[in-house]
Design a protein around this ligand. Structure first.
Ligand code: XBP
Ligand code: MG
Length: 260
């Protein structure tokens, strides 16, 4: 059986609960800047999250909710400019410290570094959003803790396609059974499973708690921390309610051993 060597982290919903009070707010600010009367409520945004990628999400919104909108001649340029404005608003929100890491994330990353585990970021979001989140939560040096930051348009197809995880495995020359992925959503789970990674820990959030997480080794409500234990809806919960490396190694052995 292959030892656990690397932890691959999704960003939005996993490292931090970024969607409702972060990305959604930034999209609405960009729409207002552009004089558009588009306002994504928390409920509507939850529906639109079915489509990953901000540019793709805007197109999906127009197709499903504004079919009569007259798209400018340079549709790609229009969408790209709107999304760039959104990214500016989002990174400003992060700079104001408005989006903290989820419970247990910093402790787990610190423990993994101390034990020499390799780390990567595997996300659909825009690269600037990743560096801004890491900088404003863990400090600018934390960007270097991750061997690979695979983000956004670096691959042709976004999650649920496996491309971003396959890209990361190739870049790190990792066997899928040497790593564990951390995700929060059905799209993320699909991407991991279809990339051939069998060790997968899911932490749900307000938008994804009802998602189909088939293929996850365990599904928790969070990673947990002292005084704030996690709970499991699928698979074993850590003994003291806090995800640590011994729990991850047991989970990995179960995922790889059981699947062998
Ligand atoms: C989540 C996404 C992203 C964000 C918005 O990514 O699907 O599109 O919602 O970010 P993940 P952008 O869960 O893979 O981290 O607007 O930059 O796409
Ligand atoms: Mg996510």
């Amino acid at each position: 059986m292959l030892e656990l060597q690397a932890l691959l982290f999704d960003v939005d919903g996993t490292l931090a609960d970024t969607e409702r009070d972060g990305h959604r707010v930034a999209f609405n600010a960009a729409f207002a800047d552009a004089g558009l009367d588009w306002e994504w409520s928390p409920a509507l945004y939850g529906e639109l999250l079915a489509v990953t990628g901000g540019k793709e999400r805007i197109r999906h919104f127009l197709a499903t909710h504004r079919p009569d909108f007259t798209m400018p001649a340079d549709a790609d340029g229009f969408i790209a400019a709107l999304h760039a404005a959104k990214t500016r608003h989002y990174t400003e929100l992060l700079a104001e410290g408005r989006i903290p890491l989820r419970p247990g994330v910093e402790n787990l990353i610190t423990a993994a570094r101390q034990e020499g585990l390799r780390l990567a970021i595997v996300t659909t979001t825009t690269p600037e959003n990743v560096t801004a989140l890491l900088t404003h939560t863990l400090g600018a040096r934390s960007i270097d803790w991750f061997e690979v930051i695979a983000a956004g348009d670096i691959v042709p197809a976004k999650k649920p396609a496996p491309d971003i995880y396959t890209y990361t495995l190739d870049a790190m020359e990792l066997n899928p059974d040497q790593c564990m992925a951390f995700e929060d959503s059905a799209n993320g789970v699909r991407s991991v499973v279809d990339a051939g990674i069998r060790s997968l820990l899911v932490t749900t959030n307000g938008y994804t708690v009802g998602d189909d997480m088939s293929g996850a080794t365990a599904v928790l409500d969070q990673l947990g921390e002292t005084g704030n234990p996690c709970s499991a809806s699928v698979g074993p919960a850590p003994a003291n309610g806090v995800v640590d490396l011994s729990y991850l190694r047991r989970l990995h052995a179960e995922a790889i051993g059981a699947a062998a």
